[in-house]
Design a protein around this ligand. Structure first.
Ligand code: GLN
Length: 498
């Protein structure tokens, strides 16, 4: 059962640091203590960087003393192990990169460090971010702090579990088809996937480059806006980075309904219009999840937002489209792990081709191999038109569906996941059952849209997430609506008893 006295949010921690009620070193020690207390049960970290964290905390304390602190200075974070951190092991939860220590920082890591963040360590995940439960980590599964026999979701399961268990104030994850939003939902925290291109992918180890995006996992919506502020921005080192003036994402956190995003077509003067796409309330969805999301929609209506049903008929193609495009891109991206340039290398043979084969045989786990094979198949001569080109055509239709619906409404509300956290091992033997978990999250990646998952109640005593979806670059509006909802409901205050 949840208790109400949870660990500090970013904004609470910053307040205490600024008022000198706590130092960053003390704060960091208390998080390292919590990791020491619960980590053998939760297993949210692949690497804990205790010494580095204390060193960064000392530097942060100096910055605070000299009046040079920003919104994240001195606050401890966990970063997913698919995001490069200079001189800190970055494994992607794969044997292939078991010993890989990057010589450079990802742009987001660099941004956090420049702003005085304290790195507690690197988060467990599904291998190369392929999975929905964190069980595809080559090292160990992470467990859900709400029920240790259940998965935390995935692939950024380590981040969501760490934040829920009070092992980190916030985390960075990556989201290719739901990997920030879905584990956030299953662990009762907030997770956001920004618009494609808003956050630099430089130094994010590539899974499916046209879908990948880094996003925050936080305890509340205010923290989510603060982290987004810190990581966005044009980056010439990412060719898909948007050259766009970024707003202050805390700007619409008033508790009132936000203004519609300028990217919603029509009706921008009036109250924000909420659409409920029936296609997201899929067959086989858990009844408790449906009920919690419908109740949340009533709350939004009570706040003064007109709600109407809308239809996105191409939703039914989204999962199939994703599971052609993502593996296709993965098969190309993962070709670089050949045992020659870096990473694991099978040495006991003089035959170069055999060495490459064995490197990949031992270096990759079963799900990664399945994706590479699916993708290679979809891209091969004779099948390319039937699968890859078809999936790209479906992608266009899905995008157009969203464009059309965003003429009628400003924001869409859906469940984040059709089910709550499920027992470890329940879906590992059946990949298609596992893929079905992504049904509500992948359409956004396909269309490049932003989305946020916020806690909206419980089913079977486990957290349920509501997903808000907006047009491109509508993050400020999404955060504003999520905040108004959060302020009107108690869910974000609950913490698992661990
Ligand atoms: N579960 C999806 C997959 O396995 C999404 C993963 C992600 O967003 N990285 O591909």
């Amino acid at each position: 059962m949840p208790s109400d006295s949870g660990p500090l949010t970013i904004h609470e921690a910053r307040g205490k640091l600024d008022r000198r009620e706590v130092t960053s070193v003390d704060l960091t020690r208390s998080y390292l203590d919590q990791i020491g207390r619960v980590e053998d049960r939760v297993k949210a970290f692949i690497t804990v960087t205790g010494d580095l964290a204390l060193q960064q905390a000392r530097q942060a304390d100096q910055r605070i003393a000299s009046g040079d602190a920003g919104p994240l200075t001195g606050v401890p974070v966990q970063v997913k192990d698919v995001i490069c951190t200079k001189d800190v092991l970055t494994t992607c939860a794969s044997r292939m990169l078991e010993n890989y220590v990057p010589v450079y920082n990802a742009t987001v890591s660099e941004k956090l460090f420049q702003q005085g963040a304290v790195l507690l360590g690197k988060g467990n995940m599904d291998e190369f971010a392929m999975g929905s439960s964190c069980e595809n980590s080559a090292f160990f599964p992470t467990r859900n702090p709400w029920d240790l026999e259940r998965v935390p979701g995935g692939s950024s399961g380590g981040g969501a579990a760490a934040v829920a268990a009070g092992e980190a104030v916030y985390a960075l994850g990556s989201d290719t088809g739901g990997s920030v939003r879905q584990p956030a939902a299953m662990c009762g925290v907030v997770g956001m996937k920004p618009t494609y291109g808003l956050v630099s992918r430089y130094g994010l180890v590539a899974y499916a480059s046209s879908l990948d995006q880094i996003g925050p996992i936080t305890q509340d919506v205010t923290d989510c806006a603060l982290v987004l502020n810190a990581i966005v921005g044009y980056d010439p080192r990412d060719s898909t980075s948007l050259n766009h003036d970024t707003a202050d994402y805390t700007g619409q956190l008033t508790g009132e309904l936000p203004r519609p995003s300028p990217n919603s077509k029509g009706g921008q003067q009036g109250a924000i219009r909420v659409g409920v796409p029936e296609e997201y309330f899929v067959e086989g969805m858990e009844e408790g999840v449906r009920q919690a999301v419908l109740d949340a929609i009533k709350t939004l209506e009570g706040l003064g937002a007109p709600v109407q049903p809308v239809s996105l008929p191409t939703t039914k193609y989204a999962l199939a489209c994703y599971y052609v495009i993502a593996p296709s891109e993965c098969s190309a991206n993962l070709a670089r792990y050949d045992g020659v340039k870096y990473g694991y290398s099978f040495q006991d043979t003089d035959d170069m081709w055999r060495a490459m084969e064995l490197t990949r045989q031992y270096g990759f786990g079963p799900e990664v191999k399945r994706r590479i094979m699916l993708g290679s198949y979809a891209l091969s001569a004779g099948y390319y038109d039937a699968y890859y080109v078809k999936a790209q055509q479906a992608r266009t239709l899905i995008r157009q569906d969203f464009d059309r619906v965003f003429q009628e409404v400003d924001i869409l509300v859906t469940p984040t996941s059709p089910v709550v956290a499920f027992p470890l091992g329940e879906k590992t033997e059946d990949p298609v059952q596992m893929y079905l978990i992504d049904v509500c999250t992948v359409p956004l990646n396909i269309a490049g849209l932003p989305g946020i998952s916020v806690p909206c109640g419980y089913s079977q005593g486990l957290p349920v997430g509501m997903q808000l979806i907006g047009p491109h670059l509508s993050e400020a509006t999404l955060l504003g609506l999520a905040y108004a909802y959060e302020q009107a409901t108690p869910w974000h205050n609950a913490r698992p008893d661990i």
